[in-house]
Design a protein around this ligand. Structure first.
Ligand code: ZN
Length: 111
């Protein structure tokens, strides 16, 4: 499965999970579908982190995890650049590299 899709699914699941019991029937169906589409081991880790009151998935901004606000090690950034789904070593959130944090940004090409 494409890592990008997993990240999108988890981002949406996290948004929906914040609404708690206030989900509409449509949203409940979305949750069921997203969970079905997400590989079980990924979902298990995601749920575990959420249960601990932390972010299951966190955006990376300027090399910093938005879940715990710590700078990510270069090795981890490189793994993500290679298309791997990576977990923040500090807070356990899956890391979503968005926009300027794409691979191109990591190798230092500035526009
Ligand atoms: Zn973190």
């Amino acid at each position: 499965m494409e890592i990008d899709i997993v990240i999108l699914n988890l981002t949406e699941l996290q948004l929906l999970s914040r609404r708690g019991a206030r989900l509409s029937p449509d949203q409940r169906m979305s949750v069921a579908r997203l969970r079905q589409e997400t590989p079980a081991p990924i979902l298990a880790h995601f749920d575990e982190v959420l249960e601990q009151g932390r972010k299951g998935i966190a955006e990376v901004r300027h090399g910093v995890c938005s879940g715990c606000y710590l700078k990510l090690p270069t090795s981890l950034m490189a793994a993500a650049g290679g298309g791997d789904l990576v977990v923040c070593e500090n807070c356990g959130a899956y890391l979503a590299f968005v926009g300027a944090e794409s691979t191109a940004g990591l190798v230092g090409t500035h526009r």
